[in-house]
Design a binder for this molecule. Structure first.
Ligand code: NAD
Length: 265
């Protein structure tokens, strides 16, 4: 089935990737475009946003790139206006931005806590605040927010600010879904498990090849399906949720984790 997003405009926030290869936001942006959407690729890193835009255009589809720090209200407002100027409307809002800073409550500094909450959670509040009125006027829209299994289970890592934001995203999304259900706007969360993206590769950066391989083998072994997922697994779940096939689905979550959460129960 091709053209599932024909005539739609998608804003993908965090559409770049933090290193070479396919990140979750980059794959979602490219997949939305392959299904016919015009994609507004937003990232704090201009080059990363442009790279995704260029991939989409090279494939013969439509995209524009835009630089913004989406933890800042004025920049989000300007981003929404820029998208409306470029593409006239917004049908899909995909919030992919997420950063990790390590530490439990004692080790985490107040600045670090505030920073992670601003980037991971406040950004979603801000993009929804500025996009939803336009969707409401149009009488339709779909919102995807990216959480993590770390938001619903302890993953064995100390990163309390990250886990708190990822848990809050789920309830914020349900809240939006309930408030806009009668306006034709659906909002859902994707809960990725352990996904092999450039973000994960960054963590291996300082290790030897042998150590890296050992850590990857360990991560793969934790998953009931025996391997990490990839960015396309998250992108395909997102595509389903923003498409008309999911027209009766709102205020819920799809877990994309190879069975990890079921194993942890
Ligand atoms: P990524 O880091 O490659 O891409 C995220 C993009 O967001 C980057 O290009 C970065 O520049 C951009 N960004 C960061 N801060 C920003 C800001 N303030 N304003 C605008 N853009 C900003 O990561 P990814 O692979 O695309 O996936 C990230 C999402 O997936 C996050 O929400 C993460 O929590 C979630 N996730 C990932 C995994 C995994 O194992 N990789 C697992 C669960 C959830």
């Amino acid at each position: 089935m091709a053209g599932r997003l024909k005539d739609r405009v998608a804003v993908v926030v965090g559409a770049g990737s933090c290193g070479p290869g396919w990140g979750n936001g980059k794959a979602a942006a490219v997949l939305y475009a392959r299904e016919g959407a015009r994609v507004f690729c937003v990232d704090i890193d201009s080059k990363a946003a442009e790279e995704t835009r260029d991939i989409i255009i090279k494939e013969g589809n439509m995209a524009a790139s835009y630089t913004a720090d989406v933890s800042r209200g004025n920049q989000v407002e300007a981003m929404v206006n820029a998208c409306l100027s470029a593409f006239d409307r917004i049908d899909i809002l995909h919030n992919n931005v997420g950063i990790v800073e390590h530490g439990g409550v004692v080790e985490t500094t107040e600045d670090s806590w505030d920073h992670v909450l601003s980037v991971n959670l406040k950004s979603i509040f801000l993009t929804c605040k500025h996009v939803l009125p336009h969707m409401e006027k149009a009488g339709k829209g779909a919102v995807i927010n990216i959480s993590s299994t770390a938001g619903v289970r302890h993953m064995g890592t100390k990163y309390c600010s990250y886990t708190s934001t990822k848990a809050a995203i789920i309830q914020l999304t349900r809240d939006i879904a309930m408030n806009y259900a009668r306006s034709g706007i659906r909002a859902n969360t994707i809960i990725p498990g352990v996904i092999h993206t450039p973000l994960v590769e960054q963590f291996y950066g300082g290790y030897s090849q042998q150590e890296r391989e050992r850590m990857i083998a360990y991560r793969n072994d934790q998953i009931p399906m025996g391997r990490m997922g990839d960015a396309w697994d998250v992108a395909h779940a997102s595509l389903f949720l923003v498409s008309d096939e999911a027209r009766y689905i709102t205020g819920t979550e799809i877990v994309v984790d190879g069975g990890l959460i079921a194993k942890c129960l």
